[in-house]
Design a protein around this ligand. Structure first.
Ligand SMILES: C[S@@+](CC[C@H](N)C(=O)[O-])C[C@H]1O[C@@H](n2cnc3c(N)ncnc32)[C@H](O)[C@@H]1O
Length: 712
């Protein structure tokens, strides 16, 4: 059985001057490690390379290096242990050297080592990261060429999290900040030049002092295969056992959820230092491994959302279209597993019933659940009625024939006479009595994307003039984000429609680029526009059990599209401030809804705990952009999004523009708008005037609903 979490060992180089045989590897595995990271070649190879390099005197000539041969390699092929070995590429190569001879020789060595590792059946090779900020293109080109030359191997680029000296300013030591994102920046260039190769990932070195949180979460969005932990960064607990600081533990917990291999380094050296410094030595070399395994066993339990979304992280799903399609029972069953959503609905119906009170004439209050599914909201309404002591008569309106059959069974077995099941599209429903409280749950991940506005507009005519709709409103919210993983998976399918379609996705490897999520738009029910423009001709009479002023109401069976759907068109352009640079691959959408009064739902990460903690029914929505947009520090992203309709369908279009705020010399800022305007940041505007310079923009996605739309 495979372990839950892989821990490996990287032995000190001095122990690896001689080749490792299968016994050596298996002994490490029997010591409790899952993998051993081993340099592919050894000092014999290095000596030969340096002899050949020195023999060529012309600095313009790159000498030819032939592949390593026995005994220049550290292991031989052996299928029984290949899965336990991660190859390490020679640390002395310099793919980004400014000396063309060194760079050229290094590129040859990389290919030879990858090729030998692949021959031995290894899947991964760890390659040292670039050694300088410049020459990144040269480094990346060598990786790209090696990936092309050796088709089945995966490269792990070994990188520091940040430059030395970049520590979390909230920590005890506060050194002058260097450039917290510089290493990430280099990595971003490397993988961009390598065209987001799925065979390229990161091996991240855990530093003794952690960088700021923005850097930690940035790496969390990257494809990390290995987390390297030197035994030298461990502290000692009072009993003398090696432990990690609280901050490191917290970070490790976060990373353990995405399951990279942890490779322990310097174990022998750290153990010897502890023993010789007379630290309480209740430890041997295995203490570090035992500790990491222990941390894994005490991983904080997953949140309700993590449990619910297990297996779906970063997996793109097409949003449901419950109006066009008839949902399966299993899909309804998944909805019904969310206790929070139904508790909120019950609270909302209870609030509305309590405020309204029973009818003075003793007739029941008419409640309609429109889009009843398998009936959970009918059950909520009945419970709320009992608790509020307000008798109700409930309509369950559903257009899915299979769900209708299920509702009929529930009526017979559970609800009996005070519920009527109606099989119809709500937009053409003609009840015999007008409705006091209309309850619906037609919300999608972006609020209105399952056509709640259009369906509810179509049924609003059967609501009494003083009737209540639950939800009373919902709004859509969004924020620009970076997710190389989602971008790669969309890109690998290489289809235009995929780049122009919003997806529902349980986000994991994602970094939100802006500090603030913004509201796009809102829909309110009953729709004020329709209330003010209800010019439908009389065609149908219905009775009102409560005999109030709505007792003989006139309704029309037609949909409200007689007066068009333009009132459900929306557009917004929102500006987001970006502090730390990054790459925008798309934006994330959420929604909030006021069910009734102060009873609300939210999927926004910053308000969900306050409004509907542990609600799991909706994953966020992801709007991709077809070409990633790089944004520097102190930049701005403007997202424009439209909700459009042509009476047959509804669709979204979106585009993105990026700007950088550049300091301008001299007094006052450049206030010319449209092309350049003053900084949005008051602090910055006071200290130094800035000019807003356009950096780039995306194309308009999904024009005319060509690639994705919701059918009415
Ligand atoms: C998201 S499901 C919610 C079902 C249920 N209320 C629940 O909470 O489990 C939406 C339901 O509305 C139904 N529906 C969507 N549009 C409708 C329409 N125009 N008329 C009647 N039912 C509709 C769908 O068939 C589906 O059963």
């Amino acid at each position: 059985m495979s372990p839950l979490y892989y821990v490996g060992l990287q032995p000190e180089l001095s122990t690896l001057d001689t080749a490792i045989d299968s016994d050596g590897i298996l002994s490490v595995v029997t010591d409790g490690y899952d993998v051993l990271s081993v340099p592919i070649t050894n000092l014999h190879f290095r000596s030969r390379v340096s002899r050949i390099s020195q023999s060529v005197s012309d600095p313009a000539i790159v000498p030819h290096i032939s592949p390593p041969i026995y005994p220049e390699v550290n292991f031989a092929p052996n299928s029984t242990y290949a899965q336990h070995v991660l190859g390490i590429c020679a640390k002395w190569i310099e793919l980004d050297s400014t000396d063309p001879r060194i760079a050229g020789v290094s590129a040859q060595i990389l290919k030879h080592e990858l090729s030998y590792a692949s021959f031995c059946g290894l899947s991964y090779v760890i390659v040292p990261g670039p050694t300088r900020r410049n020459n990144v293109a040269l480094y990346a080109e060598s990786l790209n060429a090696a990936l092309a030359a050796v088709p089945y191997i995966n490269i792990i680029v070994h990188l520091a999290m940040a430059e030395t000296g970049v520590e979390d300013p909230s920590g005890p030591d506060v050194p002058a900040p260097v450039d917290a994102m510089s290493i990430w920046d280099i990595w971003n260039s490397v993988r961009t030049i390598c065209d987001y190769s799925s065979r390229l990932s990161v091996g991240l070195q855990l530093p003794p002092k952690l960088p700021p949180q923005t850097v930690v979460s940035r790496w969390f969005a990257e494809p990390i295969t290995v987390l390297f932990i030197s035994a030298n960064i461990f502290l000692s607990n009072p009993k003398g056992y090696p432990v990690l600081s609280k901050a490191h533990q917290f970070l490790l917990f976060k990373y353990m959820k995405i399951k990279p291999y942890t490779i322990l380094q310097d174990v022998r050296e750290a153990t010897q230092i502890r023993t010789s410094s007379k630290l309480p030595s209740k430890q041997d070399e295995s203490a570090y491994l035992i500790y990491i395994r222990h941390l894994h066993t005490i991983l904080p339990s997953p949140t309700a959302v993590e449990k619910f979304g297990r297996g779906y992280q970063d997996y793109l799903q097409n949003p449901l279209q419950p109006l066009r399609d008839n949902l399966e029972s299993g899909t309804y069953e998944v909805f019904e597993k969310d206790p929070v959503k139904y508790a909120q609905y019950e609270k909302a119906v209870f609030g509305a019933l309590s405020e309204r009170g029973p009818n003075p004439n003793g007739q029941p209050v008419i409640v309609a659940v429109v889009g009843a599914g398998r009936g959970p909201l009918i059950a909520c309404a009945l419970r709320a009625s009992e608790r509020a002591n307000v008798p109700i008569f409930a309509y369950a309106v559903e257009k899915n024939p299979n769900a209708y059959t299920y509702l009929l069974q529930r009526k017979e077995l559970q609800w009996q006479s005070n519920v009527e099941i109606v099989f119809t599209d709500m937009r053409s429903w003609s009840p015999t009595h007008k409705v006091d409280i209309m309850v619906s749950e037609l919300l999608g991940s972006f609020g209105d994307n399952e056509l709640s506005p259009e369906c509810l507009d179509g049924v609003q005519r059967v609501l009494k003039s003083n009737g209540i709709m639950i939800p009373q409103s919902y709004s859509s919210h969004f924020i620009p984000a970076m997710s190389p993983k989602i971008f790669s998976s969309i890109k690998s399918q290489n289809k235009e429609d995929i780049m122009n379609t919003p997806y529902v996705v349980m986000l994991q490897a994602v970094d939100l680029l802006a500090m603030e999520i913004k509201q796009a738009w809102e829909f309110r029910h009953p729709c004020p526009y329709l209330r003010a423009n209800s010019q439908w001709p009389a065609s149908h009479r219905i009775n009102d059990l409560s005999q109030n002023d709505d007792s003989t109401a006139t309704v029309k069976r037609d949909t409200p599209f007689d007066i068009g759907n333009e009132h459900n068109y929306r557009h917004v352009t929102a500006r987001f401030s970006i502090e730390s640079r990054g790459v925008m691959h798309g934006f994330v959408g959420y929604f909030e809804s006021v069910l009734y009064g102060d009873v609300e739902l939210s999927t926004r990460p910053d308000t969900i705990n306050k409004k509907s903690k542990d609600m799991v029914s909706w994953f966020p929505i992801w709007f991709p952009i077809s070409t990633p947009l790089y944004v520097p520090d102190d930049a701005e992203i403007e997202i424009s999004i439209w909700r459009k309709t042509d009476n047959r369908k509804v669709w979204y279009e979106w585009s993105v523009e990026t700007f950088v705020l550049v300091p301008v010399p001299g007094p006052g800022s450049d206030n010319r708008d449209s092309i350049a305007s003053a900084s949005a940041s008051p602090a910055r505007a006071i200290s130094s005037p800035t000019k807003r310079v356009r950096l780039g923009c995306s194309k308009l996605h999904n024009p005319g609903g060509k690639y994705s739309s919701m059918l009415l």
